[in-house]
Design a protein around this ligand. Sequence first.
Ligand SMILES: Nc1ncnc2c1ncn2[C@@H]1O[C@H](COP(=O)(O)OP(=O)(O)OP(=O)(O)O)[C@@H](O)[C@H]1O
Ligand SMILES: [Mg+2]
Length: 181
Amino acid sequence: MNRFLSDLLDLTRIEEGAVTPDLVPTDLTDVIASAVGDLAKTLAGRKVQTSIDPNLPLVRADAVLLNHALLNLVDNAAKYSPQEEPIEIIARMGRRGPVIDVLDGGPGIPQGSEQRIFDRFARGETSDRTGGSGLGLAIVKGFAEAMGFTVEAARRQGGGSRFTIRIPHEATVHVSMEDIA
Ligand SMILES: Nc1ncnc2c1ncn2[C@@H]1O[C@H](COP(=O)(O)OP(=O)(O)OP(=O)(O)O)[C@@H](O)[C@H]1O
Ligand SMILES: [Mg+2]
């Protein structure tokens, strides 16, 4: 089955309460590394810069859902920006908790469409020459929200898009020495 369709089915099951996300302590470094690895073909010949704060705590997340959310964001970054433009993936501590940013140097999302592009089947002008179903970002939003996270899109100053997954402080896991011993 097509990745989008199986994700959409999962999303429907989550929304109906038939399935609940499996929230377990998750290392964002691993999730980002596996998403980049899974997209090796798409990212061939591209410059991908990852910057991960080594002091980030583990977060309670469903690694599969978070991985699929990231796949869609990085896939879009590659699809909607020129080959020579680097793609950046940043994991950092924000004011209200850990944050993952996916940045590209493409045309950026059209002004005013920052919310709408997350709707199912929404496709923008930037997609005229590329194929797609308009489901990727709906899946990102649905999976993020199912885990208690949020996602937002913004235009970067100087061009390009920034997509940000925000993880609330409540989802961070504090490991004490007793847990490790
Ligand atoms: N990084 C980006 N830069 C510019 N426009 C973007 C970017 N990401 C998404 N968009 C715009 O948002 C629309 C919706 O994205 P979404 O991922 O939901 O669908 P898609 O990429 O068109 O299709 P699919 O992901 O289902 O293959 C896209 O059609 C495109 O116009
Ligand atoms: Mg897409």
